[in-house]
Design a protein around this ligand. Structure first.
Ligand SMILES: *[C@@H]1O[C@H](CO)[C@@H](O)[C@H](O)[C@H]1NC(C)=O
Ligand SMILES: *[C@@H]1O[C@H](CO)[C@@H](O)[C@H](O)[C@H]1NC(C)=O
Ligand SMILES: *[C@@H]1O[C@H](CO)[C@@H](O)[C@H](O)[C@H]1NC(C)=O
Length: 352
């Protein structure tokens, strides 16, 4: 099948959705770096051109949205042929939002003109929750009804531009560009109990060059299908099992003790006052994958401005759930490629 490309609207205020999925981050690995540089000026400059960052970090957490700008014609609901014996669907998401409506089939037309007929989708009549004006949700998960499954895609990839960028993000199916040299791959782990999620084989997290001493099995799926780490395009901020988050926070604070602290904001409990600074060194945060590859997150994917004055917060949070989620803030600026045939997730920095 020919590659299909969609342009996505840039402003992914994020779907807390579970049926979508993905992740990643950018300046990949230089071997176990102790610090990396946050360009405070650049982050603040960008924040000034976005709508309130504070609102975003509060509302986008786990809220569905993610607008698509691909070449689909959007028809008024009344013009759709809804058969009398219509089929009802109902989907609910991790943040409590839900959509209910008619389950229908439509023809999708991609950039470039390829069309695919008979794609099953939901025409929502009752959509409740933080959809923030989104025109719809695109399901990229591993279940039978997701778009990649319906397209029989062997791979797909997306690159989410910075949340305040004006450029379009892109989503591609079946493209066969070979990954760049600085790409990092992680094995995708299957969970028979939950086929919609993409689990990552994560073996460790390092902060400032130190590997966190996490409980054994902290990143593993247990025999009942609980736990593990998924990558999701629909969750904004990465959530880690609380024991792991507390270790991460402790190491980060230790390595960032040269910075002036600030009050916590919304779900963030580790914030800094960077007023007047143009750039600062912060502890490097790296994810280690089964297979030995390491992905270093760019500083701006985990130190994010929460106001226009120079308050930045460490953009991770804990969760009471045993399921950890790598969210889209941590994936910005990185092309995340899902090789569904070889069960690999590849992160390519600066490939938007
Ligand atoms: C920070 O980013 C600005 C652009 O916004 C650039 O002019 C400046 O050189 C960068 N500073 C560093 C230390 O990279
Ligand atoms: C569908 O419903 C309309 C009115 O609600 C009715 O006139 C029509 O006969 C129905 N069609 C079928 C195929 O049942
Ligand atoms: C996907 O595969 C199924 C089963 O082989 C086939 O019926 C369907 O037409 C395929 N869809 C596309 C978009 O190629």
């Amino acid at each position: 099948m020919a590659p299909h490309t969609l342009s996505l609207l840039t402003f992914f205020s994020s779907l807390a959705l579970f049926p979508l999925v993905l992740v990643s981050s950018r300046s990949l690995s230089t071997p176990s770096s102790r610090t990396c540089i946050l360009n405070v000026t650049a982050s603040l400059h960008q924040a000034k051109y976005s709508s309130s960052v504070t609102d975003q970090s509060e509302t986008s957490i786990d809220s569905p949205t993610s607008s698509a700008l691909f070449t689909l014609n959007l028809h008024p609901r009344d013009s759709l042929v809804v058969h009398n014996s219509s089929c009802l669907y109902e989907v609910s998401y991790g943040d409590g939002s839900y959509t209910v409506g008619d389950f229908i089939k439509e023809t999708l037309t991609f950039d470039g003109g390829d069309t695919v007929e008979g794609v099953a989708l939901g025409c929502g009549h009752s959509n409740e929750g933080l959809f923030i004006g989104a025109g719809g949700l695109l399901g990229l998960g591993g279940g039978a009804l997701s778009l990649p499954s319906q397209l029989n895609a062997s791979s797909f990839s997306y690159c989410l531009v910075d949340r305040d960028s004006n450029s379009a993000s892109t989503l591609e199916f079946n493209s066969d560009d070979s990954p760049s040299q600085d790409s990092v791959s992680a094995p995708m782990v299957k969970n028979r109990q939950m086929d919609t999620f993409y689990y990552l084989g994560i073996t460790g997290i390092t902060v400032g060059g130190e590997t966190l001493e996490v409980p054994e099995n902290a990143f593993k799926i247990d025999n009942d299908g609980n736990g593990g780490v998924i990558i999701d395009s629909g969750t904004a901020v990465t959530r880690l099992e609380s024991a792991v988050y507390e270790l991460l926070r402790r190491e980060f604070r230790k390595g960032a003790s040269h910075l002036a602290t600030a009050e916590g904001v919304a779900i963030f409990d580790t914030c800094y006052d960077l007023r007047g600074q143009s750039s600062v060194a912060v502890p490097a945060v790296e994810l280690e994958f089964a297979g030995g590859k390491t992905l270093q997150l760019p500083a701006k994917n985990f130190m994010i401005p929460v106001d226009l004055e120079g308050t930045f917060c460490f953009a991770f949070a804990g969760t009471a759930s045993s399921l950890s989620i790598i969210g889209n803030v941590q994936q910005q600026g990185t092309r995340v490629r899902f090789d569904l045939v070889n069960s690999l997730v590849t992160f390519e920095p600066n490939k938007c």
